[in-house]
Design a protein around this ligand. Structure first.
Ligand code: UD1
Length: 429
């Protein structure tokens, strides 16, 4: 199993190109199931989750071509995918695949909308308990589908097609909003999706669906109005920049007292996180070539923040923020309101010398003089990157195990950090 070795203590300085957003690329690829024609996606990140989803979609009959690199294109440029699902050859998404990536459950709505039936494995473990999909299922039922659970599978049927309806999500859910949208675009009549997720990735998918011929109003707001159409056609779309990658590198720069230019990204995608960093004393400047993030000598002030659905502070940056606040002068309060059990990084950060007191859904992080390198274990995608940025600031050697989590969501992370002066390497085996 690969490990990452970091010798910390260097300031990060230089330029980091930001990749296309994983959380938009995945549902955009899934949207290709909605049409027989070709969907061209640009700026697709090179990530293990993208490869895995490609395999899952291939199983349903989607033909994916990766367009070769053009002359003059840099290796940092995203990939271009051509996805064509002329025929859906299989409407079943098996356990072996769906259990490896939760987002692959989202094939349910487009398969049902296009084929009138779908059989999709619940996404691993006791899915209806701790990792619920209840909102996805009630949404499809509201649109006229019959849903049965059998042997760990959701069997959804709508032989005469789906019918538009008013859907009010009882909780803001990114996945359930994608699901509702992809079901509604091909339904007969109008659908109103209330309490929809407003995450930029949801808006990006809606914009792409419009290019494919869908009729969607209220994009970017909590109420989406969809007028169903008979069929969708091909389109071309560029995946928006990854705001979580942007925020992560911004925090890495702040953590090491560095000065970094984040290219190909936009401040409005993560305004709340940038405001929080500014309030902590990090310098952030929007320039024509990207976001410049610096902390030159000044100390960090502690913060108090709750994770929230967009436009609030994202849960996907919570672990990185906790790592950063280990360097602040005072005690920060970070409350996790989206997921129950998302503090696995806390005990690993403690191995580096962090002082974090967990009280239920709240982490009290007291800044320390400095972190010291240690052996740590990555536990999930965002937790693992919090260990990387802590390792960059820690004195001495940090060895991070189980780094396969990182490859799911961060493209070429060692290269990007090394180019800014970090001592970081991957050890195979
Ligand atoms: C997406 C993101 C993930 C991010 C999360 C919250 C992708 C691929 N993943 O995950 O990175 O951390 O949004 O911003 O885009 N819930 C229910 N019932 C449901 C569905 C969700 O109760 O049917 C709950 C969840 O348990 C959680 C909350 O709703 O507490 C939000 O989850 P959701 O927005 O659905 O997360 P994902 O779409 O899975």
């Amino acid at each position: 199993m690969d490990r990452i070795r970091i010798v910390g203590g260097e300031r990060l300085t230089g330029t980091i190109p930001i990749s296309g957003a994983k959380n938009a690329a995945l549902p955009l690829m899934i949207a290709s199931l909605l049409t027989r024609e070709t969907l061209v996606l640009r700026n697709v990140p090179r990530l293990a989750d993208v490869t895995l989803l490609g395999r899952i979609l291939g199983n349903h009959g989607v033909d994916i071509t990766v367009v070769g690199k053009k002359v003059g294109q840099a290796t940092t440029d995203g990939q271009t995918f051509k996805l064509k699902s002329a025929e859906i050859v299989d409407t079943t998404a098996p356990y072996e695949m769906v259990s490896r990536m939760r987002a692959s459950f989202w094939v349910l709505a487009p398969l049902l909308a296009r084929c009138g039936e779908a059989k999709v494995s619940l996404p691993g473990g006791c899915a209806i308990g701790t990792r619920p999909v209840d909102l996805h299922l009630t949404t499809l039922e509201a649109l006229g589908a019959s849903i049965e659970l059998e042997g760990g599978y959701v069997i959804a049927k709508a032989p005469k097609g789906l019918t538009g309806a008013r859907v009010s999500l009882s909780k803001v859910s990114v996945g359930a909003t994608h699901n509702a949208l992809m079901a509604a675009v091909l339904a007969r009549g109008d659908t109103l999706i209330e309490n929809a997720a407003r995450e930029p990735e949801v808006a990006d998918v809606a914009i792409c669906l419009k290019k494919m011929g869908a009729k969607i109003g209220g994009i970017g707001s909590a109420t989406l109005e969809v007028e169903g159409v008979g069929h969708l056609h091909g389109a071309e779309h560029t995946v928006l920049p990854d705001r979580i990658e942007t925020g992560t590198y911004a925090m890495a720069a702040a953590m090491t007292g560095g000065d970094v230019l984040l290219q190909n990204t936009r401040a409005e995608l993560l305004e709340s996180a940038l405001d929080l960093l500014r309030s902590s004393g990090v310098e952030i400047e929007e320039t024509p070539s990207g976001l410049r993030v610096a902390r030159n000598g000044g100390g960090l002030r502690p913060v108090a923040v709750d994770t929230e659905p967009f436009p609030g502070f994202p849960t996907d940056l919570q672990a990185q923020l906790i790592a950063l606040m280990c360097m602040a002068q005072g005690t920060s309060t970070v409350r996790e309101t989206i997921f129950e059990n998302r503090f696995m990084h806390v005990q690993e950060l403690a191995r580096l010398g962090a002082r974090i007191d967990l009280r239920g859904d709240t982490a009290m992080v007291t800044g320390v003089q400095g972190l010291a390198g240690a052996q740590v274990m990555a536990t999930d995608l965002r937790a693992s990157v919090s260990l990387i940025i802590a390792g960059l600031a820690a004195k001495g050697e940090t060895m991070i195990g189980r780094v396969y989590h990182l490859d799911r969501g961060f493209e070429r992370i060692e290269d990007k950090l090394r180019q800014c002066g970090a001592h970081i390497e991957r050890l195979s085996g």
